[in-house]
Design a protein around this ligand. Sequence first.
Ligand SMILES: Cc1cc2nc3c(=O)[nH]c(=O)nc-3n(C[C@H](O)[C@H](O)[C@H](O)COP(=O)(O)OP(=O)(O)OC[C@H]3O[C@@H](n4cnc5c(N)ncnc54)[C@H](O)[C@@H]3O)c2cc1C
Length: 391
Amino acid sequence: MSPLIWTNWSGRLEASPLEVARPRTEGDVADIVRRATDSKIRCVGAGHSHAPLVVTDGIVLDVSALDGVLEVDSQRREAIVGGGARISALGNPLREAGLALKNQGDIDRQAIAGAVATGTHGTGPSLQNLSASVAGARIVLADGSTIDCDREREPDLFEVARLSLGAVGVVTRLRLSLRDRYKLEEKMWFEDLDAVLDRIDELCAATRHFEFFWLPGKPRAACKSLEETDADPRIPLEAEGSRLAWSYDVLANERNDKHSEMEYSVPAEHGPDCLRALRSLIASDFPDLAWPLEFRTLAADDVWLSSAYRRPTVTISVHQGVDFDDEALFRACEEIFLGYQGRPHWGKVHYLGGKQLAEIHERWSDWWRVRDHYDPSRRFVNAYLEGLAGP
Ligand SMILES: Cc1cc2nc3c(=O)[nH]c(=O)nc-3n(C[C@H](O)[C@H](O)[C@H](O)COP(=O)(O)OP(=O)(O)OC[C@H]3O[C@@H](n4cnc5c(N)ncnc54)[C@H](O)[C@@H]3O)c2cc1C
């Protein structure tokens, strides 16, 4: 019998797990965790991470059947959703309840628990990542017990669960803090890159969301802004760049060309200089790079492992086509990012070890201490995370 092969979205990561388990209920999840006491367990969402978070020779647990918007509290502007729910499946039911996610990333294919587990974010200087909007979680722990946590109940577990890297248990439900539903109007234009960097604060402050893409070698950046509006949606949905619709229809894009990606978060004030340094590096050492860099903003938060932990942030992504060797490029970029106090995106490529991560993330050892308390035999830690564990 040929071995079972699991691959991530880009196809760059492969695993041969013992089993891919697809529980239908929370009870099934607990049964699997209880029965497979000798196996490592790694949850998978939509497999969109470029970092080898899911890779295991143990059990890959796919909770996509645990989906849906399960409860809505309009008064508190909160909803409980299944951990396996795709972000794309949340927009409509939340809108019908008068609510919406506060922000979203560039695509909506991820599972909500997968996106939360790595600190997935969109753009907007006043908008935090998805982990920061988690108000509570239900988790099946390593002993098969099920526990609810939030700021009052099991607060330390809650801190880890907000950005867990899938390492503290199976998240079956998330309680999300939301806002009233809203519509967005999108605009795209080209502008000289230096002019954009010179007036970046003004551009970021002008609308709810601003970002730009810059293709190496080109003088101009492709700028994109999204602003809240009360106008009626333009139906059918227009092409990216000119949509006016409910937030979830404008925030999500199609990004189907397979690539790998490194993204770092730097303190907001260093964003423009960091991008300029990357531009020089690419011009001199990687002039053939034919994939854009993406520049976004992110509000500070208090999530232990967040790349925006206690600092207003700019995120910069570097992409490379999936058929290219990206290591020299990414390592050279990483050196620049680190020179600007960068913190890597947990779902993307980086080359840091535990010692560097401990220097970058002041709550790193707290995160491991709490994680180890709830999973002392490290059933939810794969070889990759084990390699990051200790300084
Ligand atoms: C085309 C593309 C566009 C992207 N755009 C953005 C973007 O705009 N912004 C951004 O910040 N990132 C972006 N990313 C990165 C992506 O959002 C993250 O890597 C995210 O974690 C992927 O979600 P997923 O559902 O695919 O999770 P997976 O990659 O499957 O898993 C990620 C982590 O979540 C854990 N996990 C999944 N489900 C559970 C569960 N139920 N319980 C416990 N742990 C769980 C896994 O164990 C793993 O550690 C993008 C990636 C791609 C490929």
